[in-house]
Design a protein around this ligand. Structure first.
Ligand SMILES: [Zn+2]
Length: 276
């Protein structure tokens, strides 16, 4: 949304096996349903968010690079990740829609003075980092030390600036944060469940609060229904995170922007806050 200085960047789409989206039964049964299902979801967007800021612009997650269109790209991720990315997911991207070209269209000075803050380290969030050589990347230390489902060759190419959450009593529902700006208007909060150390990011600007939810939920409807995705590593942590988000949203009206929500860009443009 131009008024808020937030630019959505959609680097193609992903589709996943249907049971990725909703958990049924325990962890083993849920995993098995993902592996055995033949049905794929409709394609959903892969979203990153560029935030203009006086202290230096910040990109939340990096989406995918156009290099993913190369026939050998997925194979280069290693055997397991290549299998997951080809059998359980389907990625699609039009030429020119990789992170680098889109960023240059929005921000003519390219990566100059830019920083990236990661919610977690999955392929569709770190793939675009290859378009941003030399750009500082902020990752919470626990996610970096114990990444889950992150392709090793892409991790090996990263040298992130790790941060650690600090105790706070200023964020309703949450007891830790890490300010990403000196002003404190942009900060990360722990939002585990999708991965063990996944985080979300909050921006407060011009009377509007925006929650960049990452993959804590795949869309706002899941947050509304407290619906746990089948792909989450911990159902218990994912539910706790969603309940904390509810307490946060009750305390202040919030625009909720998950990374794969097809309706997120419209809600951002309309500054539409979360409603049950
Ligand atoms: Zn993810």
């Amino acid at each position: 949304m131009r008024g808020l200085g937030i630019h959505p960047i959609r680097t193609g789409t992903a589709a996943v096996k249907v049971p990725f989206m909703t958990r049924h039964g325990g962890p083993v049964a849920s995993r098995l349903r993902i592996f055995t299902s033949k049905a794929f979801t409709p394609p959903f967007p892969i979203l990153s968010w560029l935030i203009e800021h006086d202290e230096g612009d910040i990109l939340i997650d990096a989406g995918m690079s156009e290099s993913c269109l190369a026939p050998d790209y997925l194979r280069s991720l290693g055997r397991v990740d290549a299998w997951v990315a080809t059998h359980l997911c389907r990625f699609d991207m039009a030429p020119g829609d990789g992170l680098g070209p889109q960023l240059r269209r929005i921000r003519p000075r390219g990566t100059d003075g830019l920083r990236v803050a990661m919610t977690h380290l999955h392929l569709d969030h770190i793939g675009g980092l290859s378009d941003l050589p030399g750009v500082p990347v902020l990752v919470n230390r626990a996610e970096w030390q114990r990444p889950f489902g992150a392709p090793k060759p892409l991790l090996a190419a990263m040298t992130p600036d790790c941060f650690e959450f600090k105790a706070t009593d200023t964020v309703p529902g949450f007891d830790a944060w890490y300010p990403l700006t000196r002003e404190g208007d942009l900060f990360a909060i722990p939002a585990p469940g999708h991965t063990k150390n996944h985080c979300a990011i909050v921006l407060k600007r011009a009377g509007v609060t925006v929650l960049f939810a990452g993959d804590a939920v795949y869309d706002q409807g899941q947050l509304s229904r407290l619906e746990i995705a089948g792909a989450h590593v911990s159902a218990r942590l994912a539910l706790d995170t969603m309940q904390r988000m509810h307490r946060f949203i009750q305390a202040e009206p919030t625009v909720v922007l998950p990374s794969h929500d097809a309706d997120a860009e419209r809600r951002l443009n309309a500054a539409e806050t979360f409603r049950h």
